[in-house]
Design a protein around this ligand. Sequence first.
Ligand SMILES: C[S@@+](CC[C@H](N)C(=O)[O-])C[C@H]1O[C@@H](n2cnc3c(N)ncnc32)[C@H](O)[C@@H]1O
Length: 198
Amino acid sequence: MEKEYWKKYYKNKLNKTLPPPSQFAAFTISYLNSYDLTVIDYASGDGRDSVFFSNYFSKVYTVDQVQGISETEITKHENLEFLYPENLSRSNIQTDNCIVYARFFLHAISDEEQSVFMQNMKELLLPNEKIFLEFRVDEDSTRTKATEAHYRRFQTMNEVIEQLKLFDFKTLYSVQGMGFAMYKEDDAFVARIVAERI
Ligand SMILES: C[S@@+](CC[C@H](N)C(=O)[O-])C[C@H]1O[C@@H](n2cnc3c(N)ncnc32)[C@H](O)[C@@H]1O
């Protein structure tokens, strides 16, 4: 969604110092008790969380419709690889135990794209593998944003939990509120879900 917008957004940031990792990335590291995993950072943007993960996990795929991560970062971290979404399949990646991490992705895509994503995740992940989601929810729709207006879609946490069930994911952990994704004056009202493929 909004390919041209994101292309321009990340082009302006290339060759600048990467921002610090998100609070959700730190949460993900703390939640897991093994780092012997392949991480798929889906809709990774400038790759700041992918780079952070590459210090912990055996392999990190940084996946996005546009390449927002610089080649310099990719060459600096030998376990980090950029993929376009159409090249993401089980046969194309290191097939260790995988997790998918998708931060601020669900609200950046349409309802239809979300259904396609859920189906793709159902096909990609094996039983017991987890998906980590963080996204803006309804309560965030009228709140102050730090970045200019662009496409943002709001839904409820329960809607996503119900949809995950339809695609064979069981929710292990969920929480919503503020203070989880602070960025300048933007204290987003978000939901976090950790779900497991059944
Ligand atoms: C709000 S940014 C989130 C970036 C990063 N995860 C973060 O939290 O900093 C949304 C990202 O979703 C990507 N995106 C939007 N639609 C996509 C799609 N259909 N497939 C893959 N990536 C997509 C955009 O290119 C953009 O990098």
